[in-house]
Design a protein around this ligand. Structure first.
Ligand SMILES: Cc1cc2nc3c(=O)[nH]c(=O)nc-3n(C[C@H](O)[C@H](O)[C@H](O)COP(=O)(O)OP(=O)(O)OC[C@H]3O[C@@H](n4cnc5c(N)ncnc54)[C@H](O)[C@@H]3O)c2cc1C
Length: 453
């Protein structure tokens, strides 16, 4: 990559073993070493990298913080790992316009805290928010607990600067909260997993920060009771800002990891958050407590002070890390089912657990049917292990699709779900994907080897 070093002086192109290794994997198990790593500091660096790669037909795999769950940023065909992590400045927060303009490497939580100081709110809240980047969130259309009320990352992207495969810089969208000018180019890049262009600047929509919130934590003896409570809450006309469910295995792992005294008794748990003006939050919280109290709960508690709410969220965000701490490999699937299928999903998971011998931990965003079904397997060191896991996933995904569900609600397809992509979309939808890819990246240099081959 000598030519590239000449184009990008200042030690931006790295080939030392430590940097190569640090850019070969995310939180999934696949790994491949890139031939070199580019640590971009500006749009111009990205542009030069792509012009060079386009000319020489070298694969380029974008990387944000590298905490994806599907191997999306793994440079599986080697070439250049293009890190956006050092493009991490918050360029503007404009209160009157309700807009922030950021570079892609900004960590999600840093943006949330910065806008909060100005009385504004950026709702998308992946559990990895203290580690993941906004560029990665855009490329995976990340979600999180608050999406039940506020929607996923796509709903907060007003404009993008994208460097195309041949190095041209595209500005799309604007800083306006509504825009119907031409095709929805912003939407085309959101969720495109680094396969259509490299995002170098993001214009985000911000909301007024709700002045008050409250949380309700309640537990049940059985998962189906918690799932029934979800329907009862929504059926009574409430739209909580989060509605999270978790099962027995998850709760047990959390008791081991964060402390028995912090996790309520019971084998299923529901967490609700309500936000808004103080008086409406208080009255809605009281109504919800009354409703839940009539549903055979094991424990029921509410929290109002901000620090207490945040403490409860910290515990919820620790669920993923608690499962990891069991020492088993956690295959975190982010399937979505039509919400009425939550109980069917729980029954199916129990059956799958019995038949495969793998423990299954389920928790997640019950309000929108997006449940993290974690298949807990022994460390994946051999081929037969991998085959068995794929067979278990075959059964899970086939059932989800038969219910009209989808194989990914927020993590993306990447390498992890590549095997199931053609089953998950229609032949015509597959053809449209290929057409778009061919139009924007005719030489196929952007993140090759992922779900479009
Ligand atoms: C403990 C834990 C909890 C998680 N919880 C959630 C959750 O609640 N919700 C959720 O949605 N996800 C969750 N995730 C998954 C992950 O955090 C998200 O997918 C996140 O958006 C990845 O961001 P990243 O910066 O790490 O991206 P990376 O892993 O670096 O990259 C992800 C994909 O985006 C592409 N990409 C990155 N930056 C750019 C760019 N600037 N331009 C173009 N393409 C780019 C990469 O090529 C890759 O395909 C969780 C992960 C962990 C480890």
């Amino acid at each position: 990559m000598e030519g590239l070093e000449l184009l990008l002086p200042g030690n931006l192109v790295r080939t030392d073993p430590a940097t190569i290794e640090a850019h070969s994997q995310d939180r999934w198990h696949a790994a491949e070493a890139p031939s070199c790593v580019v640590l971009a500091k500006s749009t111009s660096d990205v542009q030069k990298t792509l012009q060079f790669a386009h000319l020489h037909e070298i694969p380029v795999t974008a990387r944000g913080a590298g905490v994806g769950y599907v191997g999306g940023c793994v440079p599986i065909q080697r070439g250049i790992a293009l890190s956006l992590a050092e493009m991490n400045s918050i360029k503007e927060i404009h209160v009157e316009d309700g807009v922030a303009i950021v570079e892609p490497g900004v960590i999600t939580n840093d943006l949330q805290q910065a806008v909060l100081e100005k009385g504004l709110f950026y709702p998308p809240d992946p559990a990895s928010l203290k580690e993941c980047s906004l560029g990665g969130n855009v490329a995976t259309n990340a979600g999180g607990p608050r999406c039940v009320k506020y929607g996923v990352t796509r709903q907060y992207i007003l404009g993008l600067e994208v460097v195309l495969a041949d190095g041209q810089v595209l500005q799309c969208g604007s800083r306006c909260h509504k825009n119907k000018t031409g095709f929805d180019l912003v939407g085309m890049f959101v969720g495109s997993e680094g396969m259509l262009g490299i995002v170098t600047e993001v214009t985000l929509r911000l909301l007024p920060n709700p002045p008050a919130r409250a949380m309700i934590s309640c537990s049940f003896r059985e998962f189906h009771e918690a799932a029934n409570a979800v329907q009862r809450v929504l059926g009574a006309g409430h739209l909580p800002s989060a509605l999270e469910i978790s099962d027995k295995f998850t709760l047990q792992a959390a008791r081991e990891h964060v402390g028995r005294e912090l996790i309520p008794d019971g084998d299923a748990h529901l967490l609700l958050e309500i936000d808004g003006q103080e008086s409406s939050v208080q009255s809605e919280c009281a109504q919800l407590e009354k409703l839940l109290d009539e549903l055979n709960v094991v424990t029921l508690a509410s929290a109002v002070p901000e620090e207490e709410c945040e403490r409860i969220w910290e515990i919820r965000r620790a669920f993923s890390y608690s499962l990891r701490a069991t020492g088993l490999t956690k295959l975190n699937e982010d399937i979505v089912v039509p919400r009425g299928r939550l109980v069917d999903l729980a029954k199916f998971s129990e059956q799958l657990q019995e038949e495969t011998g793998y423990s299954i931990a389920s928790f997640g965003h019950a309000g929108d049917g997006n449940i993290h079904v974690n298949i807990m397997v022994p460390p994946m060191e051999n081929e037969s292990n991998l085959k068995q896991v794929d067979e278990a996933l075959d059964r899970l995904f086939t059932q989800i699709l038969a219910w009209g569900g989808v194989v990914s609600g927020e993590h993306g397809i990447g390498l992890a779900k590549k095997r199931w992509f053609s089953q998950a979309v229609s032949p015509v939808a597959m053809q449209v994907h290929q057409t778009m890819k061919q139009a924007l990246d005719p030489k196929g240099i952007l993140n090759p080897g992922k779900f479009l081959g």
